[in-house]
Design a protein around this ligand. Sequence first.
Ligand SMILES: *Cc1c(COP(=O)(O)O)cnc(C)c1O
Ligand SMILES: [Zn+2]
Length: 421
Amino acid sequence: MSITAETGTQLREGAFGPAVELVCRECGATRDLGPHYACHECFGPLEIGYRFGEVTREQIEAGPRNIWRYKALLPVPDDIESSPNTEPGFTRLLEARNLAAELGLSRLWVKDDSTNPTNSFKDRVVAIALSAARELDAKVFACPSTGNLANAVAAAGARAGIRTVVFIPSNLETPKQVNSAIFTENLVAVDGTYDDVNKLASEIAGEEDGWAFVNVNVRPYYAEGSKTLGYEIAEQLGWRLPDQIVIPVASGSQLTKVHKAFTELVKLGLVEDKPYKVFGAQAEGCNPVATAFKDGVDAIRPVKPDTIAKSLAIGNPADGIYVLDITRETGGSVEQVTDDEIRAAIVQLARTEGIFTETAGGTTVGVLKKLVETGQLDPELETVVINTGHGLKTLDAVSGSVGPVATIAPTYDAFDAAGIA
Ligand SMILES: *Cc1c(COP(=O)(O)O)cnc(C)c1O
Ligand SMILES: [Zn+2]
């Protein structure tokens, strides 16, 4: 892999804002910022290390209504708003009173990330990755994807005027394929699982010059985008942390970064410190982290995915071990639901709150229900559940479950006979 910085190009002063170094998540070794993602000592994954200046609530609140209001906490330059991007974030946090009543919860919120520019939370991570790709002078903006990431990369790249190439498993839902192909000429369907696609991407990143694979060789930057979900939830709750939060797990990156965001807010004095529990949600058809949690082991055994929750279908999750650490440390858990439970949860969220979620959200809401039923979640405490994507992208999952209650002639008699009134 060589985006140009590695071959000697100087980084622009302030290219990564408050970020000062890359830190190995395994051994703590540090190295300079650049297009690196693996530790030179132990090959562990790198993440961004910061030296934050003073950050105040007022300063954040005066910012734009998108993720750049948190730019003082992200690896982006101070002039980030002047570069074309998709400006995701500041999505609504809805109090879900009807769903709470059905589930027997006293206070429940849905963080609805289906309203981002390409209708999933992936616009957040891609916006940071695009900034990094630009600062590293990448020529191609690329990704292996379970669907939503490809949509976000293709759209952001189009707006930024950078060449995009996105790779997906060939069995992906048609809406997700079209949602990428509409933005890029280079949608590549690969006959294999996501894990095969991911491996291919690593190989291409090693062979080709100037390719920024958002979730491979610029992953440390990309991953930080998920922190904005945590910042927003805290700010929208009136600068406090929830008691319990339920987050879907594919690679596990989002869950680990929401936790990182909460930790940073406490350290910076922006919210009060308090205990909170983090829960992870997986589908039974792709449950490597849930299985390791249940078995009480640290090693994650890869699986071959078979579930309608295709956006969560990563059989060998890169951040799985960190998800285990965080859920165990905070007193949460990683639970799983069947495809039928996912479908039922999609319908339940739609009919209680008017939110149409995709299969990943069905997984998360299904797990929420299960956590209540099994007593793992305290119904008296305040809970947040993250809806990460839009149901229009996974219509097939529920098209057999819902439809017309009757098909009638255009006459009052026919309506009357149908017994709907
Ligand atoms: C990618 C994705 C996730 C999970 O992301 P990770 O950070 O890889 O765990 C959740 N929901 C949707 C809709 C996604 O597309
Ligand atoms: Zn290391």
